[in-house]
Write a protein that binds this ligand. Structure first.
Ligand code: PGA
Length: 256
């Protein structure tokens, strides 16, 4: 009953013309059958969202789109920030919040991530809340506890209905952009622990509704194994989402 989501996190790649080109290629390839079995989204840099939106809405494409970040505030003296008011006006379905690169390079704490998740929800945007442990935590064996703590703090104060609407992405930091993919068992271990935590804290029903993605070096060659995990509902795909053939092949994981 949880529809899988494949979301391409383009990070800081492509200008708006290149973005249009990539979306056109995806639009040409994906069929209604693809969109029936899963939600497919692209998450371009802010400068490309308007171009992507024009194409998607103009051509009535079923491709979804969103941003890679969102301000915790609606408006004001926050130079460089982009608010949920602006993103929802553009029709964004999703906003990534708390990506490990933002936690690391922009010092985003769980408290900031929590505020951003609330800002997204207040404008009808689904936050894709990223959590996941660095290498030293994985090596110490406390990765499940570490990640659940991030989940708890990032979701603080959200209602059950809101938690059912959000997307969580488990992205072990050591697997992002490194080519070191977590095993399918690693992904399932944490995804199932997160679902259990949500079920205990909110209800079994909410636990069953919340989508949990895996992210970190996902490719066409490893996605089928990852998706075999009962609690993994899709993927947040970085590098491999920049190549349309690879991204399409990931989305068609059932055919592998
Ligand atoms: P990657 O990035 O697929 O390039 O490892 C994933 C992410 O950071 O969302």
């Amino acid at each position: 009953m949880r529809k899988p989501l494949m979301a391409g996190n383009w990070k800081m790649h492509f200008n708006h013309l290149e973005a249009i080109h990539l979306v056109q290629k995806l639009a040409f390839t994906f069929t209604d059958e693809d969109y029936t079995s899963l939600d497919i989204a692209v998450l371009p840099p802010f400068t490309s969202i308007r171009s992507v939106e024009t194409l998607i809405h103009g051509d009535g494409l079923k491709l979804q789109f969103g941003s890679q970040d969102i301000s915790a505030f609606d408006s004001g003296a926050f130079t460089g920030e982009v608010s949920g008011v602006m993103l929802s006006k553009l029709g964004c379905h999703y906003a990534i919040v708390g990506h490990s690169e933002r936690r690391a390079y922009h010092h985003e704490t769980n408290e900031v991530v929590n505020k951003k998740a609330k800002a997204a929800l207040s404008h009808g945007i689904t936050p894709i809340v990223c959590v996941g442990e660095p290498l030293e935590i994985r090596e110490s064996g406390s990765h499940v506890q570490f990640t659940l703590n991030q989940v708890e703090k990032s979701l603080e104060g959200l209602s059950s209905e809101e938690v059912a609407k959000i997307v969580l992405a488990y992205e072990p930091v050591w697997a992002i952009g490194t080519g070191k993919v977590a095993t399918a068992e690693d992904a399932e271990e944490v995804a199932s622990a997160i679902r259990k935590w949500i079920s205990n804290k909110y209800s079994t029903k909410i636990g069953e509704q919340t989508r949990i993605l895996y992210g970190g070096s996902v490719k066409a060659s490893n996605i089928a194994g990852i998706m075999a995990g009962a609690n993994v509902d899709g993927a947040l795909i970085g590098g491999a989402s920049l190549d349309p053939d690879e991204f399409v092949a990931i989305c068609r994981f059932r055919l592998h």
